[in-house]
Design a protein around this ligand. Structure first.
Ligand code: SF4
Length: 419
């Protein structure tokens, strides 16, 4: 996409003293309405995280547990979990029967994970040579997570949309080989993968990644994985996790990487700003940060994303990160998507998030209607949409393979509550 008028039209410098102006507020509202209209979308989905076992040690993350603690030959204890492919299938099958459209799966980098049997054979050679390939045979652990292809196949129940395998997971699924990302994603697509979450992006500037996630792939690796997914024919999303050690310049550099990637691939269906939840993270506990982003910064992030990313239509407001009330406000700052029903959420909850794990279709309709916008159930790729009229008495999803308008859960559970 041509970018000739961008710098003439917009000034992207961080200027909080002028950003609150009436003129800028109007500009933000107009851009969102011009691009996507008055619909606020959400998807009926389930989060199914497969394992918390991970040795990567990202300092912003409290989702993981040291993988050694999962070994059957050691005495370690942990409060996490690993699901077998059979367990994943049972959980997803139940959610599909309740009406979900999508299963979203993001997991720790379990050392026993491999792409498939061939990959296990290759990695076994590394283990015997005492290489640092972050691999141990799954038999060494209490629970065998299966291979990535087995997990994707297990979650691919009926026609449910499988949204999984972040760039970091794809890197783990090709470690120790020279396989291309396109081939790895092609294999996963054959197993049932439908689209790829662009998490693990954090901030796509290596001087920031070197501080918060030094063992992860670098910015170029993340971009290469996303391009590979796109070449395999998969839709992707993109994220930014902000509000930790980075500065405004880093955020703009990140947005520019994402915008350029979209110019090359046209595969990104939505952009998701993720405000860093700091409470239980090593970054906070070690004194490297004293808190997360301010509310003003959160609103600015959404607004600038809407203006800067002129080639991505959908900007998401995450109720898991922002909560209901601020999440709704973000819909007037440039966002047009309000995430999904989720049904289960471990990543933010473990980092100290308190916004809960489930929103019903009824709650989405009520909240979105209350701000004068049009509640709209969507597919993962936004190509299917179902506007929900104010008089519609349907309280459940209708787009999933078995959705018939029945609520996903019979009654609202108590609300209990970073990648
Ligand atoms: S962010 Fe992901 S890769 Fe990093 S420690 Fe947490 S689970 Fe592991």
């Amino acid at each position: 996409m041509a970018g000739g008028t961008r710098s003439q039209d917009l000034d992207f410098r961080y200027r909080p003293e002028t950003d609150q102006s009436f003129e800028n507020a109007l500009r933000k509202a107009r851009r969102r309405a011009d691009v996507v209209g008055e619909e606020v979308t959400f998807v009926a989905n389930l989060n199914n995280n497969v394992t918390t076992a991970c040795n990567t040690g990202c300092l912003f993350c409290n989702f993981k547990d040291p993988a050694e603690a999962f070994r059957s030959d050691l005495d370690g204890t942990h409060g996490g979990f690993t699901k077998t492919p059979a367990e994943s299938r049972r959980i997803v099958r139940d959610a599909v029967s309740r009406g979900i459209y999508e299963v979203c799966s993001v997991s720790g980098l379990h050392p026993g994970f491999a792409l498939d049997a061939e990959h296990h054979e290759i990695l076994a050679g590394y283990e015997q040579a005492h290489s640092s390939a972050n691999y141990r045979p799954p038999a060494r652990y209490d629970t065998d997570p299966g291979t990535y292809t087995e997990q994707i196949d297990a979650m691919s129940v009926g026609d449910v949309h499988v949204h999984s395998m972040t760039p970091e997971e794809a890197a783990h699924a090709r470690r120790g080989t020279d396989w291309s990302y396109t081939d790895v994603y092609g294999t996963l697509q054959d197993a049932g993968l439908d689209s790829v979450p662009g998490t693990a992006a954090e901030i796509l500037v290596d001087e920031v990644r070197d501080v918060i996630c030094p063992a992860k792939i670098d910015s170029a690796g993340w971009i290469a994985a996303m391009e590979g997914a796109s070449k395999a024919g998969l839709d992707t999303t993109a994220t930014i996790m902000y509000g930790h050690v980075e500065n405004a310049r880093h955020r703009v550099m990140h947005l520019e990487e994402v915008r350029d990637l979209q110019d090359r691939t046209s595969a990104i269906t939505e952009f998701v700003p993720l405000s860093f939840v700091h409470e239980n993270t090593p970054l906070y506990e070690r004194g490297l940060v004293t808190g997360g982003a301010s509310t003003d910064e959160d609103e600015l992030m959404i607004a600038v994303s809407r203006l800067f990313l002129d080639n991505i239509d959908n900007i998401q407001s995450s109720w898991v990160k922002y909560g209901d009330s601020q999440g709704l406000k973000m819909l007037s700052c440039g966002a047009n998507d309000f995430m999904g029903t989720i049904c289960s959420e471990e990543i933010t909850k473990r980092a100290g998030g308190t916004s809960g794990e489930y929103r019903s279709v009824e709650e989405f309709v009520e909240m979105i209607g209350a701000i004068g916008r049009i509640p709209t159930e969507r597919s993962t790729d936004y190509r299917q949409r179902r506007r929900i009229d104010p008089g519609d008495t349907t309280h459940g999803p209708r787009l999933g393979p078995k959705a018939d308008g029945t609520p996903i859960r019979a009654s609202q559970p108590a609300r209990t509550a970073n990648d």
